[in-house]
Design a protein around this ligand. Structure first.
Ligand code: 5AD
Length: 410
């Protein structure tokens, strides 16, 4: 196969590749380097040296679920619960737009409640309206400054966007204003439709593990695997660009599970993948399970291995799925200070700078050692731009950054 070509691999081949590229002792350095180089070349072919940014706004840690690994699950002690006001959330999104971020990702704990739906549809509509308006007004000014005739069509659009009947998903404003991705959990089809109509167009819902048995070990019985899978399929049906992903290094998880996870992404026709290492969090049942299985090993070394395995999986996803979006996740940086850059050189093409106001960050600790919790959005922006430059990449400015896969399969 030529460098940069997308390759269709079956589960056994993926499993074999993981063993050849990852396991200390059995791994073959030449194959490993070839894997990373190939993944980077496939990425380059579809995205050049551009990286898509999504400004991550963790707007609420209130959660009705009790995922047994998570630091903001319902029964987690010592978490102060917060929800950012709609006004503050809007102002953060406007900051992102002004700073050239093409998309924001609104993420929170799960809350299946009409008030939350109202909050979300209001906020999504407002973000779409304000950022589309900003663009239209800029266009108008630009015409004036370059001595072009006034365009009545622009005034008409401005009028419409200001009106009560504005809908954030109006196709005339596609790629205008800021793009909106959501990650707010399992909801009904009707609610997914409302969010999509309001102007959300991407949705991230991790499957966590595609092995139903393993899934049931890390979730309470009230959160069945079948429901998660059904929600993923609903999102697709409703028209979202759908992202999913798994945690890597869950106690009890095998390489075979992970190989099947990749096949799962492809079978479910996932448009974007976000994977990260599982990281223990105090006071959670899965941390105890982890302790029982891995307590005797050197934790630092083990986490470095999980980090490495995650990047191998990212590479394989890139090679087998081609033009999907793949995130260099924050959890990678929790383990390795340069973690996200390494991932971007091994097949990832998306970065999610955290825009959550500093005062709330310490209460959105999904796991121990989550980075950047004392930083501001401004600092995160500078830091990431610098990091990208160091690996010869740059942020794609002011584009939504949709995964090409959503429109065209390779
Ligand atoms: N370690 C790593 N990732 C975690 N997540 C939640 N808890 C942890 C943890 N302890 C991830 C889950 C979830 C996403 C929002 O954060 O995969 O989908």
């Amino acid at each position: 196969i030529g460098l940069g070509e997308v390759v269709c691999l079956g589960q056994n081949e993926i499993h074999g590749l993981m063993e050849m590229c990852w396991k200390e002792g059995s791994r073959d350095e030449r194959v490993r380097e070839a894997l990373f180089a190939h993944a980077n070349e496939v990425t380059r072919r579809f995205f050049g040296n551009k990286v898509f940014y999504r400004g991550l706004i963790e707007f609420s840690n209130v959660c009705q679920n009790d995922c047994l690994y998570c630091g903001i699950r319902k029964n987690q002690p010592n978490v102060e619960r917060y929800t950012i006001s709609k006004k503050q959330l809007l102002s953060i999104a406007l900051w992102a737009h002004d700073n050239g971020y093409g998309s924001v990702m609104l993420q929170s704990g799960e809350l299946n409640h009409p008030a939350r739906m109202k909050y979300l549809t209001d906020v999504i509509t407002a973000i779409r309206r304000e950022t589309v308006l900003t663009n239209l007004e800029k266009e108008k000014r630009h015409r004036r400054h370059s001595n072009q005739a006034e365009d009545p069509a622009i005034d008409e659009l401005i009028e419409e966007v200001r009106s009560e009947s504005f809908i954030g998903s109006d196709p005339r404003f596609k790629d205008k204003g800021i793009g909106i991705a959501l990650s707010v959990g399992e909801l009904s089809e009707a609610d997914y439709r409302r969010l999509h109509e309001a102007g959300g167009h991407r949705y991230l819902l991790r499957i966590e593990s595609s092995n139903p048995e393993l899934y049931s070990k890390i979730h309470p019985p009230t959160q069945p695997f079948a429901k998660r899978l059904a929600c993923l399929r609903l999102l697709k049906k409703v028209g979202f660009q759908v992202g999913s992903g798994v945690m890597i290094g869950i106690p009890g998880q095998t390489l075979e599970d992970l190989a099947r996870d990749i096949v799962f992404f492809r079978d479910e026709d996932i448009d974007m993948v976000g994977m990260g290492p599982y990281i223990t969090q105090e006071d959670t049942p899965v941390a105890d399970m982890w302790q029982a299985q891995y307590g005797h090993v050197d934790k630092k070394e083990h986490m470095a291995e999980m980090f490495d395995l995650t990047t191998v999986l990212i590479s394989i996803c890139r090679i087998t799925m081609g033009n999907i979006n793949i995130a260099a996740t924050t959890a990678l940086q929790a383990i390795n200070a340069n973690g996200r850059e390494v991932a971007l050189r091994r097949g990832a093409n998306v970065l999610m700078p955290i825009l959550t106001p500093t005062q709330f960050r310490e209460n959105y600790q999904l796991y121990e050692g989550k980075p950047c919790i004392t930083d501001t959005a401004e600092q995160c922006k500078e830091c990431l731009n610098f990091r990208l430059k160091s690996i010869g990449k740059e942020a794609a400015k002011a584009v939504w950054g949709d995964p090409p896969h959503f429109y065209q399969h390779v």
